[in-house]
Design a protein around this ligand. Sequence first.
Ligand code: OOG
Ligand code: NI
Length: 456
Amino acid sequence: MNSGFVSTNEIRDQFSKAMSAMYQQEVPQYGTLLTLVAAVNDDVLRQDSAIANELRARGELARINVERHGAIRVGRPQELNLLRRMFAVMGMQPVGYYDLAAAGVPVHSTAFRPVEDEALTYNPFRVFTSLLRLELIESDDLREQAREILQRRSIVTPQALSLIERFEQQGGLNEEEANAFVQAALNTFRWHHDATVDVATYQRLHEEHRLIADVVCFRGPHINHLTPRTLDIDEVQRRMPEAGIHPKAIIEGPPRRACPILLRQTSFKALEETITFADTVKGQHTARFGEIEQRGIALTRKGRALYDHLLGESQAMPPANDNHAHQAQLADVFSAFPDDYPTLRKEGLAFFHYQAVPGKQASLPDSAGIDVIEALIEQGVLTCQPMIYEDFLPVSAAGIFQSNLGEHQRDEYASQANQAQFEHDLGAQVMDEITLYYQRQQATLEEALAALGVKH
Ligand code: OOG
Ligand code: NI
């Protein structure tokens, strides 16, 4: 290791804080939201010592109030490719493939995020990144025009690009370079009040899909929301109106549970912005919004299949009138999903971090066929903690996109998911999130068993 380099963890941490400061300037309601979320998190930690202890044991207490995810949308394969290189400087890799075309949104996406335990504990900053699928625009003229407009822009400044190249050549950045990189990279995600096209072009693209206008008509992929993590999403949702924030009707994802699973999210429209078109006409554009999320335990393939099955079952029911009724209906359907950690573990539905109790040795009877892990847990020499879900959910993401794209929704696109094309454009394969959770779990298990002197 070259000690002259700033760690990618440190660069990511600095960048996420700089991004948060910039977004507070751009979208004042985001600042209000942060205050509200921090207040609710404090209340939860004060009132519920079990949650506080669990977070402490997982080393997550420090990360909870800096934890954010952002979202951006790009228009061209080359832009996606460049962003992959930019996020690599911050120790963020593409994880997961999300096809949103099935939900009427002409994009496919991945999440750039850190993947290792230590990096996640340091700062788990993630960015949901969508690539516009221009091929889904039906009109040849409009599609070509959009492509041509996008070709004229460069979303990364020359300085940022040269620092990315330096990182790739040297294997790291020194302190001065890292500071310069954070500032230069931030420019890619800034809001621009001036559109790059005239009002007529904007309107044609907007009519095709609001999202297409948002991606094509500006100089870069402005950050469209930055989401803090709450420990009690129902309580934040309840207190939002008092703070002047009006969330979408329904909280996406699973219902409230004793053992939260995956991810629950809700969003609100943040801003109508005045923009100036290339022909100096003024107009309005809504791009940026607010969102909160509550994270729970990561699920195995088996657990995820059960989640998808139950979600599908609840979606097939007549839609509830309000969030209260929706949550009650969901809770009813999800009563089929075990809601205590030992059962989630024994049935192989969720992932855990294992730890040997310091100073203990295992004494296992020499009999084959016993469940070694359960025996060690019963003996009190092995403990485990839920592993937090670090990714996104396609159905929820579609709900978030749609609620912020206005009333009339488009039907699904008659297109197939195209992960191979996405990876070609990205210039890399996306990692499989469930494989990552499994590997992290097995690594902690092997280390714990070795410490206990158990051959496995
Ligand atoms: C991304 C919407 C998805 C989430 O948290 O699921 C998302 C976008 O609107 O660009 O952020
Ligand atoms: Ni989001």
